[in-house]
Design a protein around this ligand. Structure first.
Ligand code: GLV
Ligand code: MN
Ligand code: MN
Length: 414
């Protein structure tokens, strides 16, 4: 009987389209940085939708929002779906928002059909998944899973100098529900792949087997500022040259280690003037691998390259680890449920490792967790051109619905 349930692709599209206007900038990109005004407006919209669905809303001390609904047996722990609604500063419409709006569509579909599950259902909307304003990323789910004390998270300073706890209070989402109190029976996150694999292979769904380990660090090189016209080339301590050489090293290291990724996404020079040899360069290094041994090898290779380049260029080096998360393997039985859901929908599905970080990797610390991916057109993400075919968007939500029903148990119609 449950196979007769169909989500509304049109309703989903409408919600995604409307939600993408929150934080939309002139160039079409979406900027809903964690705990910004745009994030607050996004949160308000989600809470309104949850209220319309008669969901019981809880906001914890980290600003994580939980909506609970239904459950023939309220004593059972909830099957939770969820993701995040914050974005990078130049984001697209789907990263995070798709998982939250898709989960709302699941609840709407069940309510329209009058279907009640044995377990209650929950939607989790986690604070600061992106980690671009405040590090680490996946911070809300990390705090929820007990991996970071709340006080420590609230005291984090953002790249703009703001204090996370103050911003949370300012936008009105410093809740009173105790962090980590809600312990799900299972957690499922629906997300766009954000990479090219499914799209290139023409596969409709991904059952995400796990998430890459992530290592973020900030590197500072100190040299001597001097006149660009008068300082002989062999008498310089040029922090800019040191940074350039190390950025090149990151690519070399990534290319020499299997499945390794390496990115320098932020770079600042001081004093940043056309005719001054850079005194200081500060840049970030993002290293990722699904194999922790290989990730450590990349970290070590970068550490020794940094020492060597600093020595050769006469620079002072300091490095600060910002994030270090081990690779995560998702729950086998959940993956099989996702594959069974895909089979029942008659669509292609394959296992896939996530290159991006996700809240599900933190939830995996406290309950069985897994993710469903849909293809990203051209593998583009963290970019306003991020796009997924509407059919795939609907299919992902169908798969989420089927998987949730198989986990939460269908106790019949009201
Ligand atoms: C989060 O989006 C990340 O993987 O950087
Ligand atoms: Mn995301
Ligand atoms: Mn992202």
């Amino acid at each position: 009987m449950t196979r007769m349930l169909r989500i509304s692709g049109e309703r989903l599209q409408g919600a995604l389209k409307g939600f993408a206007e929150i934080g939309r900038r002139e160039d079409g990109s979406i900027c809903r940085l964690a705990l910004s005004e745009e994030d607050r407006r996004g949160r308000d919209q989600i809470v309104t939708w949850m209220q319309e669905l008669q969901m019981e809303i809880r906001v914890d001390g980290m600003g994580n929002i939980f909506g609970l609904w239904g459950g023939a047996d309220p004593e059972l722990s909830p099957v939770m779906m969820g993701s995040h609604i914050d974005s990078v500063a130049t984001g697209g419409p789907l990263d995070g928002a798709y998982g939250v709006l898709g989960a709302l569509e699941v609840i709407r579909t069940l309510q329209d059909a009058g279907v009640v599950t044995e377990h209650p259902l929950a939607i989790g909307v986690f604070t600061n998944e992106e980690g671009v304003r405040y590090t680490p990323d996946m911070m809300g789910s990390l705090v929820h899973a007990g991996g970071m004390p709340l006080e420590e998270a609230l005291a984090v300073r953002g790249v703009d100098g703001s204090l996370l706890g103050e911003e949370l209070r300012r936008i009105g989402y410093a809740g009173t529900y105790p962090c980590g109190e809600l312990h799900p029976f299972a957690f499922l996150e629906l997300h766009v792949e954000q990479g090219p694999c499914l799209d290139q292979e023409g596969i409709s769904l991904g059952a995400v087997s796990g998430v890459n380990g992530i290592s973020w660090q900030e590197v500072t090189l100190e040299g001597v500022p001097n006149h660009a016209g008068t300082t002989p080339m062999d008498m310089r301590a040029d922090a800019g040259i040191g940074a350039a050489r190390l950025i090149e090293e990151v690519r070399r290291i990534a290319e020499s280690i299997p499945h390794q990724k390496g990115t320098c996404g932020m770079l600042e020079f001081f004093p940043n003037l056309i005719n001054v040899v850079p005194q200081r360069a500060v840049f970030t290094v993002d290293l990722r691998n699904g194999d922790n041994r290989l990730l450590r090898r990349a970290e070590e290779a970068f550490a020794s390259a940094a020492e060597r380049v600093a020595r050769e260029e006469g620079l002072e080096l300091s490095r600060r680890q910002l994030v270090r998360f081990d690779p995560v393997a998702f729950h086998e039985a959940l993956l099989e449920s996702i594959e069974a859901a895909a089979a029942s929908l008659g669509c292609s599905c394959r296992r896939i490792l996530s290159g991006a970080g996700h809240d599900a990797q933190m939830m995996a610390r406290i309950c069985p967790a897994a993710m469903i991916f849909v293809p990203s057109k051209g593998g583009i993400s963290h970019n306003p051109r991020e796009e997924t075919h509407p059919e795939h968007l609907a299919l992902g939500v169908e798969a989420l619905l089927e998987t949730v029903l198989s986990l939460a148990g269908n106790s019949g119609t009201e």
